[in-house]
Design a protein around this ligand. Structure first.
Ligand code: ATP
Ligand code: MG
Length: 155
């Protein structure tokens, strides 16, 4: 299935707006102007982006309003970069390599009031792999986290 990633992301962001605003935060998007045709299953792609946004809301800080940014950029004619970044609680360096494992949840310094199975990112990682993409994470503990996805473009 071929979809325009920018259009799909834009739709997800608008449906997510209410959720972010209801916790006092805001969500911004900065999407590449050109068509970004990617060969993905739309349902799985939507779930991937949704999982990242859901985490940003769950792992927000209590002392600052959540700022969530979603951006896309054509980093080459064949590659689309999608960035989802938040100003949440962040992830310690030694935990970063484990968060994509099934059932892994950061045991300390985490928000224990939020529920989860530790499955969202394992799913995201698996799906991006199947789409011949890459995913990376950059985080500063106590400051925020950015997930970076690179997908092959077909246009
Ligand atoms: P589920 O997604 O299955 O409901 P979950 O959110 O705990 O549960 P993952 O989405 O796989 O599981 O995330 C794994 C862990 O990584 C989380 O429990 C949390 O500790 C950490 N984490 C994920 N995203 C963020 C983020 N944006 N900021 C801070 N920590 C995060
Ligand atoms: Mg999750």
């Amino acid at each position: 299935q071929e979809i325009d990633a920018n259009k799909t992301i834009s739709n997800i962001v608008s449906t997510f707006k209410l959720k972010v605003e209801s916790c006092g935060g805001h969500i911004e998007s900065d999407l590449a102007a050109d068509d970004a045709i990617v060969e993905v299953d739309e349902m799985h792609f939507t779930n991937v982006i949704f999982n990242l946004l859901d985490n940003a809301v769950k792992y927000r800080r209590e002392d600052v309003p959540l700022t969530l940014r979603v951006s896309t950029a054509d980093i080459s004619p064949e590659r689309l970069e999608i960035r989802v970044s938040d100003n949440g609680i962040g992830i310690r360096r030694d935990e970063l390599k484990k968060i994509f494992e099934k059932f892994y949840r950061v045991p300390t310094g985490n928000r224990h009031d939020v529920k989860g199975f530790g499955l969202g990112l394992a799913y995201v990682h698996k799906m991006i792999g199947e789409l011949h993409g890459e995913i990376r994470v950059e985080s500063e503990f106590g400051q925020g986290t950015t997930f970076i996805i690179i997908l092959p473009l077909t246009n």
